[in-house]
Design a protein. Structure first.
Length: 270
């Protein structure tokens, strides 16, 4: 398994780079704890199975090559069929790995926003708010889960998304949404789970730049996550966590637990 810490946060959501680094530190700490523990524990499943790669964007050359270097790292993991956990800065930092998935992959994207915006107050240039319209490769199939967008027209949404499950549908019948997601995931050759921190309700995850009300509560998210989990899941990306906006480490505790939970599930798949 590979964990890539990719703290890129330009063109939107400054501060999220620190979130990627903090979660990378949490991974290294859990691996150290597993190595030191002599009594049997589940963490032993991670011994000698997880490789952590950390990127830095402190030099202009690294910033200029962010997309190329990110795609190379993602390509390496996907080529060797290593489970990949991508800890990114802002949501744009997930673009390199999404570009490497290919047209046949299914991306299940937990996100409060649909990231295809082209309104009067947004730019046409690449940003974290429109990056799904800027693929350099054939775009994978994308399904949104948990958006709270009230402005985009259905026809515009349909140009990018194969399906959307907005927050109000989940609130009305989460079990139905879980069943539909399960069927979509089962029929896909390869699945990628893309998690933007603002998919969660801000009462549970306050550490985001653009919080929207009526988001996913942790138990509901976990039920939907379990519905799509399976051996065809190639990896997970987690972005947009800004620890500077956290409250009593609520978001950090949630994401730290989630990262360890996912790595243990991936280890169990072998």
């Amino acid at each position: 398994m590979q964990v890539v810490v990719f703290p890129f946060d330009l063109f939107g959501s400054p501060g999220t780079s620190e979130g990627a680094r903090v979660l990378g530190d949490a991974v290294n700490e859990m691996l150290d704890d597993a190595d030191r523990e002599e009594r049997p524990c589940r963490g032993h499943a991670l011994r000698d199975t997880v490789r952590v790669t950390e990127f830095e964007f402190s030099e202009p050359a690294a910033v200029s090559a962010w997309r190329k270097d990110g795609r190379r790292a993602a390509r390496d993991a996907l080529k060797h069929r290593d489970f990949l956990f991508w800890l990114g800065g802002n949501h744009l930092s997930a673009l390199p790995v999404l570009e490497e998935l290919g047209r046949d992959a299914l991306v299940i994207q937990f996100d409060a926003h649909l990231d295809v915006y082209s309104f009067h107050d947004t730019t046409e240039a690449l940003s974290h708010g429109n990056f799904l319209t800027h693929f350099a490769t054939p775009r994978p199939r994308i399904v949104n889960v948990g958006h709270r967008d009230l402005f985009l027209a259905p026809t515009e949404i349909g140009e990018t998304f194969e399906a959307v499950f907005p927050a109000w549908d989940i609130a009305t019948d989460a079990a139905k949404v879980a069943r539909e997601l399960r069927e979509l995931a089962r029929g896909a050759k390869r699945v990628w789970l893309d998690i933007d921190a603002d998919a969660f309700d801000p009462t549970a995850v306050p550490a985001v730049h653009a919080p929207l009300p009526f988001g996913l509560l942790p138990p509901t998210f976990l039920a939907l996550f379990e519905a799509v989990w399976g051996p065809n899941v190639a990896g997970v990306s987690l972005t947009e966590f800004d620890p500077g906006r956290d409250t009593r480490d609520a978001s950090l505790n949630l994401f730290g637990w989630l990262v360890e939970y996912v790595l243990l599930k991936a280890a169990a798949l072998g």
